[in-house]
Design a protein around this ligand. Structure first.
Ligand code: SAH
Length: 364
């Protein structure tokens, strides 16, 4: 642990992000995550292709066990679909090489923060799954697995969560203080830069950690909600949606339901990057080759569905700072109405996913 902290000093201030809503009730992530599921579905063929064309089965044939990790898995069932896609593709690859007699054994590590509802996840795993399942609690901004132990890392709609809110945006004396706002996209260039820098720092660290954990020749598929390279922050669909949460909180402060200082001292620790930013992080790191890199379509939900999606994802973080009395009015009324009112604007904003498959290069 001492090693980890000394090699990643800024992570001493890592914020534990509140997980998605657990259980399977009205506001749960399991009932409100079709938006994220569509990104997994959109990536399926590309993951197939990556495994068919880029995976060398020699990397695990000596032990005959193939180890997969899904980072930021949340509760089922999206993660179950994602790992099944990977397993099916590896099985097909095995068969195509005439090795159908000795199927590999699969081990799947479901990772999320310790406070994730792992019970909900585990109870949603059907019997007779073709793999050994294990839960790994902890932050992916830290080491989670032993050296050289993973063959395939998958992470979908999770690495946009930063390790922390950049310090300057909460500092009253800084030019990057994000006064009166909770998100960066409509804010000053200094605030945007602080979030961009935090994402770059987190990605550098993420790549460094995964480079230690993934075997040479192993693959990592990352899906991130993001924006097109040339799209300014303000024109990305998810930023527009987050701006509706921000403007709803501002309305609540104007009405005296929450205090204005509460807004000044809160920022959502999320950043929507472009492929260019992810590519730069991969290149700075140097341990991975880029095998596939493209934007994938990410369908925009109806306003009501989007407000429930936002609630399932942000409720924990908002509740911790503002209390739980405001949640129904905030999401079910204000955010929902604002998404409806702004639907013409959001209609013109692009919603995209970032998709990359990386391969761990041999050590130099
Ligand atoms: N991959 C799933 C869930 C995405 S929701 C899907 O596609 O549906 C994002 C998940 O990332 C949440 O469950 C959240 O708790 C998790 N997450 C955010 N920051 C994390 C971190 N630092 N370490 C591990 N998990 C994290």
């Amino acid at each position: 642990m001492a090693f980890l902290l000394s090699s990643t000093p800024s992570l001493m201030t890592e914020v534990v992000v509140r997980p998605m809503n657990g259980g399977n009730g009205l506001h749960s992530y399991s009932k409100n995550s079709t938006f994220q599921r569509k990104a997994i579905e959109a990536a399926k063929e590309l993951i197939n292709k990556a495994i068919a064309e880029k995976l060398d089965i020699k990397i695990f044939s000596s032990s005959n066990s193939f180890k997969i990790a899904d980072l930021g898995c949340s509760v089922g069932t999206n993660t179950l679909l994602a790992v099944q896609n990977v397993i099916d593709a590896v099985e097909r690859k095995f068969q195509s090489q005439g090795k159908s007699t000795q199927h590999p054994e699969f081990q799947v590590f479901f990772n999320d923060q310790a406070s994730n509802d792992f019970n909900q996840l585990f109870t949603s795993i059907p019997p007779n799954i073709p793999y050994f399942a294990a839960g790994v609690p902890g932050s992916f901004h830290r080491r989670l697995f032993p050296n050289n132990s993973l063959h395939f890392v998958h992470s979908s709609c999770a690495a946009q969560w930063l390790s922390r809110v950049p310090e300057d945006v909460l500092d009253k004396s800084s030019p990057a203080w994000n006064k009166g706002r909770v998100h960066y996209s409509n804010s000053t260039p200094q605030v945007m830069k602080a979030f961009e820098d935090q994402f770059a720092e987190d990605m550098d660290n993420f790549m460094k950690l995964r480079a230690q954990e993934i075997v040479v020749g192993g693959l990592m598929a990352l899906i991130l909600p993001g924006r097109l390279n040339e799209t300014p922050h303000t024109e990305a669909y998810l930023n527009k949606a987050f701006e509706q949460v921000e403007s709803s909180l501002i309305d609540m402060a104007k009405k005296g339901i929450i205090r204005e200082e509460k807004i000044d001292s809160f920022n959502i620790p999320i950043y929507f990057a472009s492929l260019q930013e992810v590519e730069s992080a991969v290149k700075r790191n140097g341990c991975f080759s880029i095998e596939i890199m493209e934007n994938i379509p990410h369908e925009k939900p109806q306003p009501k569905v989007m407000s429930s999606t936002l609630r399932a994802g942000l409720e924990g973080t908002i509740k911790e700072h503002f209390g739980d009395e405001i949640l129904d009015e905030l999401f079910d009324t204000l955010v929902c109405n604002k998404l409806e009112e702004s639907s013409l604007i959001t209609e013109s904003c692009k919603s995209v996913g970032l998709f990359v498959v990386l391969k761990r290069k041999p050590n130099e």
